[in-house]
Design a protein around this ligand. Structure first.
Ligand code: HEM
Length: 496
């Protein structure tokens, strides 16, 4: 026999029915039917705003186990306590689509990992690609506007996408990844995660290094060809989420080898690429990866809204032993996420079980919508009553701002074309062909001047790249070659 459940309103008062409204004999509903209003009013408020980016997502719980003691570089228990199991929450996502959009689109995939540690929450909020489109957070809203829907038509706008890419040519490294086979992963189990940003770690002596995170899939990489992806998007928009959920239900727990690249401050000064520029990687032959742990996902959410929709990740959530770096994008991201979450979920979003650390929290912050204040009458600091201590383990590295402050974009230089060139040259003929087919299918929908600007930039990256795209779009190759010899400013002038 199942246990009987007494049906109540939200405040616990028992009700006499839930299927029929309180009506007179003619069918008119009485205004006093608070049972009906309680139900409708709650329903009317079920949705919270979707994330401004990465709105469509799926999550799972699991664990991270450090396999290497990194105390030489960091005092974080997360990366030094070999064998300890840390609980994790992961949310995978696409970027540009709305909450109900399809999983199998050409788009980067988000890969946000939350670690619950003895020092509170540590988040590593990654994508499945090692580089990003821009290197200054100031450009993020414009970048996202150009990728999402047109403000007039509410339709996708390839013209805006390519206009932005070609006026921001530092994006072409990531564009080359996006339009390659890797641009549509089969599912979340079959992709890697990259912190992309450069972080720092410091040890007990306060010595610091710069760090990049890599999560390497033990399932291997698997991608979907463009035509098949379109078919699947129509048949099952939730394809990747279903794959993840079913695999975990079957006991096939996906796992990732967690690795880092480490660079000393001295090496950072000399490296041929700006180590804090998110449009560049650190080549692995220059800075080999070191395996530091393994992450396994072994539990599906029991309630999607509680555990996934309301999850609030932020790259600024970092435990002692880890810190920011001169990476501008990271610095912008560290404040942007929590800011949007105060709006998207509410100022006290940290009260949700998935957003609370599970460790003791103490400060004098108070009140606000849905507050659950700690008891006690002291709500100010300093005070003569509480014995408060501050952590000596927290260090804000790298120290000191010494250079003059300025608002000045770094010019586009030859070095900005090196990594996309190496990436293009590393592809075999088949991969290059598909990359250029995918680009042509999208770029072909942009205005003619933007097609020329893009082809010239691809030509700058590698002549075969520019020629392949030009041929597919039937562009005049002599003109493309001429444009490719211009500086970025001249190219923009010639094609605006
Ligand atoms: C300055 C550049 C960026 C800004 C301002 C920015 C801002 C945001 C914002 C406001 C959200 C929504 C957060 C929420 O509603 O909870 C978000 C989500 C996300 N961003 Fe970024 N972002 C930036 C760059 C990046 C980069 C470079 C990556 C990856 C390396 C990334 C990965 C993600 C992921 C994975 C999510 C979804 C988190 C989740 O699953 O809840 N973002 N971003």
């Amino acid at each position: 026999m199942k246990e009987e459940k007494l049906f109540t309103k939200r405040l616990g008062e028992p009700v006499d029915g839930d299927e029929v409204s309180l009506s007179d004999a003619e069918g008119n509903i009485l205004l006093r039917d608070v049972v009906l209003f309680d139900k409708l009013a709650n329903f009317n408020r079920e949705r919270i705003p979707e994330r401004i980016v990465h709105a469509k997502g799926w999550g799972a719980h699991g664990e991270f186990v450090p396999t290497k003691d990194m105390s030489k570089y960091t005092l974080a228990g997360l990366f030094t306590k070999v064998g300890k199991k840390f609980k994790v929450l992961v949310r995978f996502s696409t970027v540009a689509g709305g909450r109900e959009s399809a999983d199998t689109v050409r788009d980067p995939r988000g890969f946000a990992v939350r670690f619950y540690t003895d020092d509170g929450i540590h988040d590593i909020v990654m994508n499945n690609t090692p580089v990003f489109f821009i290197r200054d957070p100031m450009k993020f809203p414009d970048f996202i506007h150009s990728q999402k829907k047109n403000p007039v038509t509410n339709l996708a706008d390839p013209n805006a996408q390519w206009d932005f890419f070609t006026l921001t040519p530092e994006s072409l490294n990531q564009v080359t990844v996006l339009f390659s086979d890797q641009g549509i992963p089969y599912g979340f189990r079959y992709m890697d995660g990259f912190g992309t940003d450069t972080f720092s770690w410091y040890n007990a002596r306060g010595e610091y290094v710069y760090v990049k995170y890599h999560f390497i899939s033990e399932q291997g990489l698997k991608n979907i060809p463009a035509d098949e992806a379109e078919r699947i998007a129509g048949e099952n928009p939730d394809f990747a989420g279903e794959d993840l959920r079913n695999a975990i239900d079957r006991g096939e727990f996906p796992s990732w080898r967690v690795k880092v690249q480490i660079m000393t401050p001295e090496e950072a000064k000399k490296y041929r690429f700006d180590p804090f520029d998110t449009t560049k990687t650190w080549y692995e032959e220059d800075f080999p990866t070191i395996e530091i742990g393994r992450m396994t996902l072994n539990k599906n959410p029991e309630n999607y809204f509680n555990e996934v929709e309301q999850a609030a990740f932020c790259p600024g959530n970092m435990v002692p032993g880890t810190s920011a770096s001169p990476d501008k994008m990271l610095q912008g991201r560290m404040v942007a996420y929590t800011d949007t979450q105060r709006y998207r979920i509410g100022v006290n979003f940290n009260r949700m079980p998935v957003n609370s650390p599970g460790t003791e929290v103490f400060n004098y912050q108070r009140d606000g919508a849905l507050a659950l204040n700690p008891t006690g009458k002291i709500n100010y600091y300093p005070n003569s009553y509480d014995d408060v201590v501050f952590s000596k383990r927290v260090k804000n590295v790298p120290p000191g701002v010494t250079a003059p402050v300025k608002r000045e974009a770094p010019p586009i230089k030859d070095v900005d074309f090196v990594q996309p060139r190496d990436r293009f040259l590393a592809f075999d003929d088949g991969e290059r062909g598909r990359l250029m087919d995918n680009i042509a299918a999208s770029l072909g929908q942009a205005a003619k001047k933007i097609r020329y600007r893009a082809a010239a930039l691809f030509y700058k990256i590698a002549p075969a790249y520019g020629e392949g795209v030009s041929e597919r779009l039937k562009l005049n190759l002599r003109e493309v070659r001429r444009l490719s010899r211009l500086t970025q400013k001249e190219l923009e002038y010639a094609t605006k």
